[in-house]
Design a protein around this ligand. Structure first.
Ligand code: FAD
Length: 374
């Protein structure tokens, strides 16, 4: 489907990585762009993400390809900011539990088949490849080291992209209250904030993270939603040799720009308390448990102390794959809703901006259309 063109003015609603990345790519294409966010930037999932850059394990071929191209864009960015403390390619190390669920051999074979850079290591071989890991914590099936993986600090990336956006003449409106997309006669005509400010445009990108399914439901469109409530724990800075992102049975760990660690896991996510009024609670025992699990897999078992934590929705479509592009039957109404928004952030913004600017559906996004849930 092709939207009516030319598009000269676009409103992006949502100041997470998808909104910001698309806005800067639109500005690069010379399109007048306004980015409207309800609060400060990066206060949604992008502000409390593990943000491991990867395409590890198994998924559809199309999704793997998009992630690999996403990582490529980060490599280009990394060449531009070689000293950035917020973007590192120091690899990823993963191992599974020592039980019937262990998939390390199978995953390694799959990754080799794809040409995804992978090394299957015994516990004893890890130290020579990547530092800072407690060899005793690694299960007998061994670990996979993926040298091409990395991590990004999304708030820092968002700062860098927004600086370019504003420099290129983009208009940034933060703390605007909740905006809704206005639709008149089957086409998006802009956005309106709760305070009554209108932002007219030829096209709109809805990039409000976990709010996307609820907001498009107002237009009669259905996007299946599998969003859980997630927890990210940040430690105080700690002197460690760890460089890689670790994905272990009881904790995932990544370094941060200030020498601390970000931690999450599936079990701690399940322990988040969802209150009847829509607020979230986190038990002290969950945080202590995550800090303990992290200490167990790090060399020297350092004492880790809590700096802060973030809790809230982790946007995930019901079928796990991204949702990008035009809503069927509404001209100029684009959406971005996906997990792995760190890995996909740069490429998704680039391709969505291209679709908005040209009206041409990009083949790399063909499998990820919102209409698949119709
Ligand atoms: C704990 C955790 C771990 C993760 N780990 C990884 C990982 O290892 N690798 C990876 O690639 N990805 C990971 N992700 C996923 C990634 O962080 C997200 O996919 C990405 O941040 C989503 O970005 P977004 O722009 O869609 O949403 P958000 O960052 O949530 O941004 C949406 C923005 O829209 C604003 N907004 C909402 N409603 C409105 C409205 N009505 N009007 C105006 N503004 C509005 C919000 O305030 C927010 O600023 C993780 C996420 C979490 C939470």
């Amino acid at each position: 489907m092709v939207t009516s063109h030319p598009v000269s003015k676009v409103v992006v609603v949502g100041g997470g990585i998808f909104g910001v990345s698309t806005a800067v790519h639109l500005a690069r294409l010379g399109i007048e762009t306004i980015l409207v966010n309800d609060g400060p930037l990066a206060k949604g999932a992008s502000g409390r993400s593990l943000s491991w850059l990867n395409s590890a394990r198994k998924r559809s071929a199309e999704y793997h390809r998009l992630r690999m191209i996403g990582i490529d864009r980060y490599r280009t960015l990394s060449a531009r900011y070689p000293d950035a403390a917020w973007l590192r390619f120091d690899g990823g190390l993963t191992w599974d539990a020592d039980d019937a669920s262990n998939q390390i051999a199978d995953v390694f074979a799959h990754e080799k088949d794809l040409g995804y850079d992978a090394q299957h290591l015994t516990a004893a071989a890890i130290a020579a490849v990547t530092p800072g890991v407690a060899a005793g914590a690694v299960t007998p099936q061994g670990a996979i080291f993926n040298p091409g993986e990395g991590w990004v600090d999304l708030p820092s990336l968002i700062d860098a992209l927004i600086a370019e956006f504003v420099e290129r003449g983009g208009r940034l409106v933060t703390d605007a209250g909740r905006a809704t997309v206005t639709v008149v006669d089957g086409r998006a005509t802009g956005a309106t904030t709760t305070s009554g400010i209108d932002f007219p445009a030829d096209a709109v990108l809805l990039a409000t993270g976990s709010d996307v399914p609820r907001m498009v439901a107002a237009t009669g469109h259905h996007i299946e939603d599998g969003t859980p409530i997630a927890l990210l724990v940040r430690t105080k800075p700690v002197d460690l040799a760890l460089r890689a992102v670790l994905n272990t049975p009881r904790v995932a760990i990544r370094p941060t720009p200030d020498g601390a660690l970000a931690l999450d896991s599936a079990w701690s996510e399940e322990e988040v308390i969802i209150n009847a009024d829509g607020t979230y609670g986190v038990k002290g025992s969950t945080i202590d448990g995550l800090l303990e699990q992290a200490a167990k897999v790090l060399e020297g078992h350092p004492k880790l102390e809590l700096e802060s934590y973030g809790v809230g929705p982790k946007p995930i479509p019901g079928d796990g794959e991204p949702v990008f592009g035009l809503l069927k039957d509404i001209q100029g109404y684009y959406v971005a809703f996906s997990h792995s928004g760190a890995t996909l952030g740069l490429i998704a913004g680039e391709l969505i901006a291209d679709e908005i600017a040209t009206g041409r559906e990009h083949p790399l996004l063909a499998k990820f259309r919102p209409s698949r849930f119709a």
